[in-house]
Design a protein around this ligand. Sequence first.
Ligand SMILES: *[C@@H]1O[C@H](CO)[C@@H](O)[C@H](O)[C@H]1NC(C)=O
Ligand SMILES: *[C@@H]1O[C@H](CO)[C@@H](O)[C@H](O)[C@H]1NC(C)=O
Ligand SMILES: *[C@@H]1O[C@H](CO)[C@@H](O)[C@H](O)[C@H]1NC(C)=O
Ligand SMILES: *[C@@H]1O[C@H](CO)[C@@H](O)[C@H](O)[C@H]1NC(C)=O
Length: 355
Amino acid sequence: MKGVNQRVVRTVTAFLASLIIVVGFVSIAIDEQLQASFTPILISMQKLFPSEMDDLHAKDPDIPPYNSSNVTDELKVSLSKAANQEKTVIITTLNAAWAQNNSMVDLFLKSFHIGNGTEALLRNLLIVAVDEKALNRCREIHPHCYLMKTEGVDFSGENLYMTRGYLKMMWRRLRFFGQVLERGYNFVFSDADIMWFRDPFTKFSSKADFQVASDRYRRKATNPYNKPNAGFMYVRSNEKTVDFFNFWYRSRKDYPRKNEQQVLNLLKWYEFKRRRLKFEFLDTKYFGGYCERTKDVNSVCTMHANCCELGLKAKVIDLRNTLSDWEKYKQQEKLGKGKDVLWTSPDACQNSGRR
Ligand SMILES: *[C@@H]1O[C@H](CO)[C@@H](O)[C@H](O)[C@H]1NC(C)=O
Ligand SMILES: *[C@@H]1O[C@H](CO)[C@@H](O)[C@H](O)[C@H]1NC(C)=O
Ligand SMILES: *[C@@H]1O[C@H](CO)[C@@H](O)[C@H](O)[C@H]1NC(C)=O
Ligand SMILES: *[C@@H]1O[C@H](CO)[C@@H](O)[C@H](O)[C@H]1NC(C)=O
């Protein structure tokens, strides 16, 4: 009896196992079929909206076709000087307000010096000045400076969020990123109000084409319900990212009142899938900010003064505290007590009353 029972159990188990495998394959096939049958509908829906038309048909006089084989321009020279062997550069942008003495750019550079394994990364940092004052200050304090020219616009003041000057600057900057990718360089872009404490390259995904920070992290790097914060991103240069950045830049015409980050938040739903571009969000566990601070100082790579609408003054006050928190952490870590160090709360920023 026992032998028969065992045989029955074995047969049933084998049957169930093969059933699971078959069902698995069938559902994958159905899924692909579903996707395939939805694609034409999606594409015809996209035809209704001018921005989403196929790249081949879209023309934008501000995006001349780029022939990488034959052009050596000023940007390419700057990139080649700053880049590492993998043709990767770190980029930040700077205006006169953020370039003042003892202000944002000094805190930014200081973080690289006191961070763990970050000082050497300064060799690959290209500071992109948006006005002459910022360019001059850059030249005093850093070897790699580049002036991003924009005709007829003054970016030197503290541009207020979502004003016309602000929008113009954000879109101009996005075009600049596209030009970097076109020239074959990968880049990490970091706002200057992000402190670098550990080498972020150790935490980037090896597979993604495009990784971007988010103010609040929702469990998974591929979860599209995350909201991008374009103040920190890592983009590998390839055909997909070059095409996407051109497309993203062209979309400004369809969303005249939105900034590039808000438009990315719309494009995220289907553009990446359509282009098979591997897009991921960065975990605030490593890439934190004042919106959602990295709890464990032992794992933090970068800290962003986000959720701070009061702007420059408040950010500088709070970032000074963030830097001294880090110095305290380093001392305590030597005694094996690094875990006891907590971040000082960003009061100057949060007293803005909002968020
Ligand atoms: C780019 O320039 C090279 C050298 O002048 C030329 O041979 C090539 O055909 C050009 N490619 C395109 C796509 O225009
Ligand atoms: C490509 O290089 C050739 C030779 O240096 C030059 O004559 C030509 O004008 C260049 N083309 C472009 C588009 O820059
Ligand atoms: C700012 O710093 C530079 C050196 O980096 C110095 O030459 C200049 O006098 C300083 N300006 C002010 C207003 O402190
Ligand atoms: C700095 O990095 C090294 C190597 O990863 C590590 O051994 C050391 O503990 C780190 N120091 C701090 C303060 O995090």
